[in-house]
Ligand binder design. Sequence first.
Ligand SMILES: [Zn+2]
Length: 313
Amino acid sequence: MEPRSPLAVLFLAVSLSADEGALDPSIRPQDIQSHVNFLASDELKGRSAKSKEARTAAHYIADHFKRFGLEPLPRPESGGESYFHPLKSSEIAPNVVATLAGSGEGYVLVTAHYDHLPPKASGTDRIYNGADDNASGTAGLLEIAHAFAAREKRPSATIVFIAFTAEEMGLRGSRYFVANPPLPLEEIRGVVNLDMISRGKQNLIYCEGGEYEIMRNAADKANRRVGLNIRYDEHPEWRAQSDHSPFMKKGIPTLYFGVENHPDYHRVSDHADRILADLATRVSELTFLLVLDVAKETSAKPEEILEEGPEEG
Ligand SMILES: [Zn+2]
């Protein structure tokens, strides 16, 4: 997340009872923690978008998308089949994009930035590990993608998983994506952006975008099963400060999930051993369920869909 100012917080107690039953397939805290341990390790030196370590992170993400069985999204300018969607500047590591093809129309996007900050000039600990910001959201993105890929049923809408670059340089990855869209923006049903989902109180998450009814209804429905304390729209100033912003500005139904600022925010102490993997897991489960709902699934297998009838035209 880009720097943001503190704001008084209203404490609103919301108690919700979670429905019984684990997700199938499940999202596991140990997998979330494992991704964060790698991405926020000293070896990756903070994953600043212009560093070679950001490219290491990009490859890590692409390798997982491939391992899960997800497809690349062709880039309009090249038609190239790659998970990497470079920006105009070749100095900056690319956006990393994968899709799970739907049986019908439309797209639902899940996004998280994977870059963070370059090392400090001096000091004993110089590396901004960026575990919460935003290895946590990237880990969530990967495991949500994993869970979608592992399902037999396919959704109606195509799900697009995007790890954005250069958020910390002024949302450059997401702004480039929206300005040069590899898919028709008007066909996007909804977007969920995860940025900083693993600190604060164990069960507490903030959400911006509550005015988009389709998304909020899906989130509330999903939360009957997950049981988080979701606090909506208490931080309007956050709307300009992460990768949801370019989508919201286009009027695309978009939710942002994140935690309050904390003492390790944009400090070298944002370490992997300080994250709440369980919180990141539950936010990821919530996102998985709500995206599934917005994407509306069909139980037909791809071959059955093709056999339903000849295509028009
Ligand atoms: Zn940040």
